[in-house]
Write a protein that binds this ligand. Structure first.
Ligand SMILES: Cc1cc2nc3c(=O)[nH]c(=O)nc-3n(C[C@H](O)[C@H](O)[C@H](O)COP(=O)(O)OP(=O)(O)OC[C@H]3O[C@@H](n4cnc5c(N)ncnc54)[C@H](O)[C@@H]3O)c2cc1C
Length: 433
């Protein structure tokens, strides 16, 4: 979304190819929320500016986002049991939103910017000409078609285009290649959210979590993962998103995806019964929906001109070609087990433009979670606030490259950075509001 808007607003004729009939990625297709790392959780200021911030503000004006920082940690302590080390505060800096408002605002912004939308189109392959991508092959109800462009931005989350073009990539963690689990997020209605506390706040429900663990240990629940039990990001009375399902495997393998959807829906039914039967606030709850697809946390990460590491992030490094800011915790849901999760606090850090430049293909940029980073660095930058600001940088660079020779490597970094700053992006340090 952000790459397309940035490219179009900077003068490029832009086509956006999307497999579904709506935009938003995991935010709408997997009911993932809230938007994390919009503000740094620990006082590093707002990290998201430019087009994503404009979209978030527009969602808020239309009743579809909650912008005001709330001290969730304090709220949670008031509501529930004392925090432990594994219970870092969640929510401060995150923006709960309504996925339906996001879809609608995204459509509007695309139309206003003159982006040519191609929904229901799956990018299935590419055609190459030397070291350049000559065309993207898309498949849809209209058949198989080739779309050409001077510069391509791969924002598939899975680096699909880069992989088809032969860009080298890494999968999962070093050593065994194990990936963070997938989760089928579901939404409940009929929950007594007044009894749970302020529904505007994301929260963990410690009694539910404790009980779920006991049920898993005694074989009465299939799996249950992470620290999250319920996630109140819908901010509507009576509704909660629940993130309890954990299923492992490769999110680029169609058999694995299919199996996980089937098993995930079965687990959702079991979780709904579990909540209904064991927790008074959920006694009257019912399943509203689950995401159109299972949420996928991690797949391919490209091998780019620079690979961002956890050490870079911990050192809060600055780069001459820094184009975006991240600041989410290093957040690794265990690739192998049910309950463990690495959650390491970091200061705001910069993401260099070189991470967006895949090796071996001249006219391709990668945006979102698939940029060049280690498993640990990815675990921080994978969140949606950071993905959106990377997207604006990629789209701006694509437009600048298209004005010259279609080579993103040749983009003048000074011009890219100054264009981003002029257009509201926050790339050097967070804005304390
Ligand atoms: C269960 C779960 C919980 C999470 N919790 C949070 C959270 O609380 N806060 C947070 O900020 N982040 C969270 N994340 C992380 C975040 O949602 C993702 O990392 C982020 O959305 C990745 O953004 P992206 O743009 O790279 O990819 P995506 O959001 O996956 O977007 C990719 C887009 O490309 C489209 N696409 C993909 N392949 C093709 C193709 N071949 N042809 C055409 N279109 C294609 C997709 O339909 C989609 O619209 C969570 C993720 C999961 C799975």
């Amino acid at each position: 979304m952000m790459a397309a808007l940035a490219a179009a607003r900077n003068g490029a004729t832009t086509i956006l190819v999307e497999r579904y009939g709506f935009l938003g990625g995991m935010a709408t297709s997997a009911l993932v929320g809230p938007l994390a790392s919009v503000r740094h959780r620990y006082g590093g200021g707002r990290l998201v500016g430019g087009i994503p911030w404009e979209m978030i503000q527009r969602m808020e004006r239309n009743g579809g986002a909650l912008l005001h920082p709330i001290d969730y940690h304090k709220a949670r302590l008031e509501l529930h049991t004392p925090a432990t080390d594994s219970d870092l505060p969640v929510g401060k800096g995150d923006v709960p939103f309504d996925p339906e408002v996001l879809k609608w605002i995204a459509d509007q912004m695309m139309v206003e910017a003159g982006v040519h939308l191609r929904y229901h189109s799956f990018a299935a392959d590419i055609a190459k000409d030397g070291d350049r991508i000559a065309a993207i092959i898309v498949e849809s109800k209209s058949g198989r078609q080739a779309l050409t462009g001077a510069v391509i931005v791969d924002a598939t989350g899975d680096a699909d285009i880069a992989a088809h073009a032969g860009v080298p990539y890494e999968v999962g963690r070093r050593g065994d290649g194990a990936l963070q689990p997938m989760s089928l997020i579901f939404r409940l209605g009929g929950v007594d959210t007044d009894a749970l506390g302020d529904i505007a706040r994301p929260y963990i429900h410690p009694p539910a979590r404790k009980l779920a663990r006991e049920f898993v240990a005694s074989g009465r629940l299939p799996v249950f993962g992470g620290p999250w039990t319920c996630w109140g990001s819908t901010f509507r009375r009576g509704e909660v998103f629940v993130n309890m399902v954990r299923l492992w495997g490769d999110g680029t393998d169609v058999e694995t995806l299919t199996g996980n959807e089937v098993t995930g829906r079965q687990h959702v039914q079991q979780f709904v019964s579990f909540l209904r039967e064991n927790l008074p606030e959920f006694a009257e709850c019912y399943l509203l929906d689950s995401g159109p697809q299972i949420g996928v946390r991690e797949t391919r990460r490209i091998d780019g001109e620079y690979r961002l590491t956890a050490e870079d992030i911990r050192a809060s490094l600055r780069f001459d070609d820094g184009v975006a800011l991240g600041g989410h915790i290093i957040d690794i849901h265990s690739p192998v087990g049910m309950f463990s999760q690495v959650r390491e606090k970091v200061a705001p850090y910069q993401i260099p433009y070189r991470c967006l430049l895949p090796r071996g293909v001249a006219n391709l940029l990668v945006a979102g979670r698939a940029i060049s980073a280690t498993h640990e660095a990815h675990a921080s930058l994978r969140v949606m606030g950071t993905g959106m600001v990377i997207g604006q940088a990629a789209g701006t660079a694509a437009a600048l490259a298209a004005q010259r020779d279609g080579n993103p490597r040749g983009v003048d970094i000074g011009a890219l950075r100054s264009t981003l700053i002029e257009q509201g992006a926050i790339i050097d340090q967070g804005i304390v509001e």
